[in-house]
Design a protein around this ligand. Structure first.
Ligand SMILES: Cc1cc2nc3c(=O)[nH]c(=O)nc-3n(C[C@H](O)[C@H](O)[C@H](O)COP(=O)(O)OP(=O)(O)OC[C@H]3O[C@@H](n4cnc5c(N)ncnc54)[C@H](O)[C@@H]3O)c2cc1C
Length: 369
């Protein structure tokens, strides 16, 4: 294990310096839960944590984002925040784009997916206002991508604006390919019943896309007229910064970090990884990313106290569970042995999108920002 004194910032403290890279669903919860037990530094290019599954509602109802876009300083009151991207890591330090060199005793990598959202909360809220205006003032909308983001956005627009013409183009052979075929079919039938036109097996060239003339041509040559478009394709993993680092050999072919049952990066006793960035064989879900964080908090506490090297908590991959909301009241759920669509999964997810629950878990007022 890397001992104290890497020579970077904070090198005077020994043995309890926890550096968390990535302030998303997993990293934010871990930093919050460790802040009174260790010397915590959180590195994230954004100044805020965002409840990702509230994004699509915020695009039709921007005030919804007031509770789901949360400044890191609101929940991390006893830690240091560096608003920058990590660009490299050694056995003892993390280096950031804005020139910090941060020494660690324990490192947690939680860089899930890289996104190009604004740096501060105010601009992020403004972005939701602009998206909402764009939707409101358009008679027709094109959505590119039929994963959870595209399907949820189509559902939000179809329910709030039933008069608008919505077209969804997806290059795969079915919607929601990350869950089972039956759930895909149910989502397809639901969208069609709401007059969303779904084109499967076709794509739109993102390099030449423009809203200028309002006509889009698919890979099959089909012409779609739309006043605006939203790109909802999968984001890339946030691991490119690791490729040339000491953790380069710990990445699999997809760019995910290989972890053991204690969620330690293979071959590194003091480096953990949590959330979507890991190779844990399960659907990549925020509630599972939070479970990873809980396991690693237990392990860090034991290691810091010196009580636990042989008694570390383990993580067991979860079976397939996912809920994709379809507007404000309905949803489609993938459960281990079945799928359900309609108001029942809608009650679980669609009304509040777990925002109150997540805020509570972050130690914040669930109802008020
Ligand atoms: C539309 C949609 C709906 C969803 N619905 C649900 C749902 O209902 N329930 C559910 O459980 N899950 C849901 N998910 C999945 C969930 O959002 C992810 O599984 C979850 O966000 C993963 O958390 P994470 O912390 O691993 O990564 P992320 O939340 O992606 O966070 C990664 C963080 O790392 C930061 N980062 C990236 N690169 C760097 C770098 N080089 N240096 C420093 N920081 C970096 C990013 O800025 C970000 O803050 C949904 C996802 C989408 C897109």
């Amino acid at each position: 294990m890397a001992a104290a004194g890497g020579g970077g910032e904070g090198s005077s403290r020994i043995n309890n310096r926890v550096v968390v890279v990535g302030g998303g669903v997993a990293g934010a919860l871990l930093a919050k839960n460790m802040q009174f037990h260790a010397d915590v530094v959180l590195i994230d290019p954004k100044e805020y944590f965002e409840i990702t599954w509230a994004q699509l509602r915020s695009m039709v109802e921007p005030s919804f984002a007031e509770r789901s876009v949360i400044n890191h300083t609101d929940y991390l009151t006893n830690g240091r925040i560096i608003a920058s991207s990590a660009v490299n890591v050694t056995e003892a330090k993390v280096l950031t784009a804005n020139g910090h060199s941060v020494a660690y005793d324990y490192l947690v990598i939680a860089t899930g997916h890289a996104d190009s959202t604004p740096r501060n909360r105010k601009d992020r809220l403004e972005q939701f206002q602009q998206d909402s205006q764009k939707i409101k003032s358009s008679r027709s909308v094109l959505i590119i991508g039929g994963g959870p983001t595209g399907v949820e956005l189509a559902g939000e627009i179809a329910v709030d604006y039933p008069e608008k013409k919505v077209t969804l183009v997806h290059k795969g052979s079915r919607l929601l390919e990350f869950i089972g075929q039956k759930a895909s079919k149910k989502a397809m039938d639901w969208l069609t019943s709401k007059n969303v036109k779904v084109l499967l097996g076709q794509s739109i060239d993102l390099d030449s896309i423009s809203e200028a003339d309002g006509v889009y041509t698919t890979s099959a040559g089909e012409k779609i007229t739309a006043d605006c478009h939203f790109v909802c394709v999968a984001k890339r993993l946030g691991s490119s910064w690791l490729q040339e680092s000491v953790l380069g050999d710990s990445l699999d072919q997809k760019g995910r970090l290989l972890v053991d049952e204690n969620l330690r990066v293979r071959g590194h006793k003091n480096i953990f990884a949590i959330g979507d960035i890991t190779d844990v064989p399960e659907i990549k879900q925020g509630f599972l990313a939070q479970k990873h964080a809980v396991v690693v908090v237990k392990n860090l506490m034991r290691l810091i106290k010196g009580t636990g090297e042989n008694k570390l908590a383990t993580y067991k991959p979860s079976s397939a569970i996912a809920i994709v909301s379809l507007g404000r009241k309905e949803a489609v759920a993938q459960l281990p042995f079945t799928t359900v669509i309609g108001w029942l999964p809608g009650i679980v997810k669609s009304r509040d999108l777990f925002v109150s629950k997540t805020r509570k878990e972050m130690g914040l007022n669930p109802r008020k920002a």
